[in-house]
Design a protein around this ligand. Structure first.
Ligand code: NAI
Length: 724
């Protein structure tokens, strides 16, 4: 066999061939060119040596079983590579198919994560045994990268579990199952506690099945649950695209539609034709822009961010053992839970023992829910709760090696609470504030060790939101930054790093989305259309409903403070047309948002959101022009992206990956874009196309859409936004 083989052939004296997946050039196995050649050579050999083979086991010498498609190749693939991609997908599938149809038993001994291509190899086996390794995951998450499983994953899951289950359980959400859940959901046949047990089970299957075939290769096989050729099934079929449309809310994600088409079309033809259909849809997605955007963000950028590209180098990793959380309100309670869940001791302090206990009660509620849903055991939940000590006494914070402050958003109060505790906690404790808007450098003035002071901006609800924005103040030291980064990773969240500035990155940029949506209402655009424009652009929250949730008085307060600060520093405040709308809503109509019982929407007695307030159409009348739907969407998307470029110019943002990940995970910038700067890179016509379009928007809707100098320079030089 050639040097470059990625599959090792190991045959025992009983005739069992173990195919050890082990790419010598990579830490994980992928479906790259070398694999394609290797699997073809293996298929040739098993056919040639069929008589001496009793059974075949796929397993891997890596920590993971198999990682999936080669994303480094895919992200570069243009339309000119379409034929190659198609041919390559077909070649791999043909080789797996030849092994699968030999008549000999084929078992996948899944020793670690088998996602995407890895699970597709397992699907091309007659029996699947998964090792219950910690953190191991099984599934087909391609949809989350804008792709579909192109290694036979659609054709085989449809045949294994029927169209409905294949779509809902595996393909459309890209769910990743832990081994035991994979067993319950029918993705694998057996789970083993040890590697030895896994191999023993694999051999036992071979012993018991000297001849073996896939269910779909046995005469008389029917796809479970039926296909569109069955009138009863066909009658229900229209519900599928309708449900999908509802789920996607009109947002431009091509993968779910392609997956559904490949599943339904492929179910009506023989297996070989189904694979060809699947490969066509796969190729279409790979050469398209959305997959490139999503691979960039959810694979490359996320990896860079989490692995510490923005963490200062050469500083030893440290773990926090005991954290003080100051303020047991909504944020403090959530932070306490997230820290305790990660095994950190938490002292949760509030003004009274009652409020502190109320903060802990939040964790009790979350734990009870997790136990009742089977997501954790009572024992683990009890241990988590035992780690949280509620208190009103500063003395209880002795020995804490980190502090996270989450009291009311008030500089003087924050100064006061830090002064109270700075000599009680460990002498070198990391000092963090969860402020959402106040300058970190000003808050740092309240403590003696300003180099150890840093911003740690969590998002609500803390237990669900994966992002934390770390804000480096003027005097924050690298050591503190590294420790803050490590703390965020310790609690399994994703840290982005920015320099101090009003609103930092996330709060400042989301303000543009809101302002632009609200400004359109002021121009007399149908409010329901504004909401629909946001949804169809792919924003997870509609703009006016989000505004109501945040309350209209909050951006007003922030705006007034920012305006004052800018003017005091000798600058000029540029008024946004959205401001007047918010002012009228609050002052003239008394509608401050959901918590005030009325906002852009109406609310019932129980606080439940009703319909859009009819008064909007009455008080904000049309300005005599119609706005194309695309302009409505792009006013929101561009206003956010343009300010992100300004933040790069100002040095608040220093990493493209941080901006992309922060925008998607923190403030709901649409995921199909690959993040806020990738949106510019991937815009039609590239960065130059984006600049042209920004100028068009500026000419029609106002100077705020003028492209900043950095953007124009990038376009002129033919560059894209990248960290490399
Ligand atoms: P909250 O009003 O729910 O909680 C504040 C808590 O601080 C209350 O329990 C209060 O009793 C306590 N507190 C007040 N004075 C105290 C003192 N001297 N010592 C100890 N505790 C004291 O507020 P929330 O929403 O939890 O916000 C807290 C901080 O987090 C604010 O700075 C806010 O800007 C920031 N933040 C809020 C987000 C949100 O979505 N609500 C998101 C990100 C940051």
């Amino acid at each position: 066999m050639s040097e470059s083989t990625t599959i090792r052939w190991e045959q025992d004296e009983t005739g069992i061939v173990t195919l050890v997946l082990d790419d010598p050039n990579q830490s994980a196995n992928t479906m790259n060119q070398a694999f394609r050649a290797s699997i073809k050579a293996i298929a040739d050999r098993v056919e040639a040596e069929k008589d001496s083979i009793r059974g075949i086991i796929y397993t891997s010498a890596k920590k993971t079983f198999f990682a999936g498609g080669d994303l480094k190749d895919m992200i570069k693939a243009g339309p000119e590579h379409a034929q190659d991609i198609f041919d390559s997908a077909i070649e791999i599938k043909n080789a797996l198919r030849r092994i699968e149809t030999l008549g000999k038993p084929v078992v996948a001994a899944i020793n670690g994560a088998a996602l995407g291509g890895g699970y597709e190899i397992a699907l091309a086996s007659h029996h699947r045994v998964a090792l219950d390794a910690p953190g191991s995951k099984i599934g087909l998450p391609e949809v989350t990268l804008g792709l579909l499983p192109g290694g036979g994953g659609v054709a085989r899951t449809v045949r294994l579990m029927g169209i409905t289950d294949a779509l809902l359980k595996v393909l459309l959400q890209g769910t990743q199952y832990a081994p035991k859940r994979a067993l319950d959901s029918g993705l694998v046949h057996e789970v083993a506690a040890t590697a030895e047990e896994m191999m023993a089970k694999a051999i036992a299957f071979i012993d018991a099945h000297p001849e073996s075939h896939q269910p779909w290769d046995v005469p008389g096989y029917r796809i479970p649950g039926g296909t569109p050729s069955n009138p009863k099934f066909a009658a229900n079929l229209p519900a599928f695209p309708a449900n999908l449309r509802k789920q996607l809310n009109g947002a431009p994600y091509p993968a779910p539609k392609a997956i559904m088409a490949a599943a339904v079309e492929g179910s009506q033809v023989d297996f070989e034709t189904a694979i060809t259909i699947e490969s066509r849809y796969f190729t279409e997605l790979v050469i398209g822009q959305t997959a490139k955007n999503m691979i960039q963000a959810f694979f490359f950028d996320l990896q860079a961010v989490n692995s510490g590209a923005s963490r200062p180098k050469g500083i030893e990793k440290r773990q926090v053992r005991k954290v003080a959380v100051l303020g047991a309100g909504m944020m403090g309670a959530g932070i306490a839970y997230s820290c305790a869940r990660a095994g950190i001791e938490v002292v949760l302090k509030d003004v009274s023992a009652e409020s502190a206990a109320k903060g802990k009660a939040y964790s009790e509620k979350l734990c009870a829910k997790a136990v009742s849903r089977g997501r954790t055991t009572q024992e683990k939940a009890d241990a988590l709760l035992a780690r949280i000590t509620p208190t009103a006494e500063a003395a209880d914070l002795a020995g804490c090696d980190a502090v996270i402050e989450a009291v009311f958003e008030d500089t003087a109060l924050k100064h006061k609470v830090f002064q109270e505790i700075q000599h009680v906690v460990a002498p070198d404790a990391l000092l963090c504030s969860n402020t959402s808007t106040l300058p970190i450098s000003v808050l740092a003035e309240g403590v003696e060790r300003q180099t150890d002071f840093i911003g740690l901006h969590f998002f609500s609800p803390v237990d669900k939101m994966p992002l934390v924005e770390i804000i480096k103040g003027e005097r924050t030291g690298d050591e503190a930054l590294a420790r803050a980064f490590d703390l965020v990773r310790q609690i399994n969240k994703t840290p982005i790093v920015v320099n101090d500035s009003r609103g930092f990155f996330t709060s400042r940029v989301i303000g543009h989305f809101i302002n632009e949506g609200v400004a359109m209402v002021g121009e007399g655009i149908e409010p329901a259309s504004v909401e629909q424009a946001a949804a169809q652009a792919g924003y997870p929250a509609k703009v006016l409903s989000l505004m109501d949730e945040l309350t209209l008085t909050l951006p007003r307060k922030i705006r007034n403070e920012t305006k004052k600060a800018i003017e005091e520093a000798g600058g000029t405040w540029v008024t946004h047309p959205g401001e007047a709308v918010i002012d009228r809503m609050v002052d003239e109509f008394g509608r401050p948002g959901r918590s005030g019982g009325a906002g852009f929407y109406e609310y019932g007695e129980d606080g439940k959101r009703g319909k859009l307030w009819p008064g909007l159409r009455e008080h904000f009348t049309k300005q005599g022009y119609e706005i194309p739907f695309r302009d409505m969407q792009e006013r929101m998307l561009f206003s956010e992206a343009l300010d992100t470029v300004r933040l790069l110019e100002e040095g608040v943002l220093t990493s493209v990956a941080d901006a992309n990940i922060g925008s998607i995970m923190g403030i709901g910038f649409p995921a199909w874009t690959g993040g806020i700067l990738q949106y510019i890179n991937g815009y039609e016509g590239g960065v130059a196309g984006f600049v042209t379009r920004a100028r068009e928007l500026a000419a029609t809707y106002g100077e705020r859409f003028e492209p900043p100098a950095l953007l124009v320079e990038k376009a002129d030089r033919g560059e894209v936004f990248t960290d490399s």
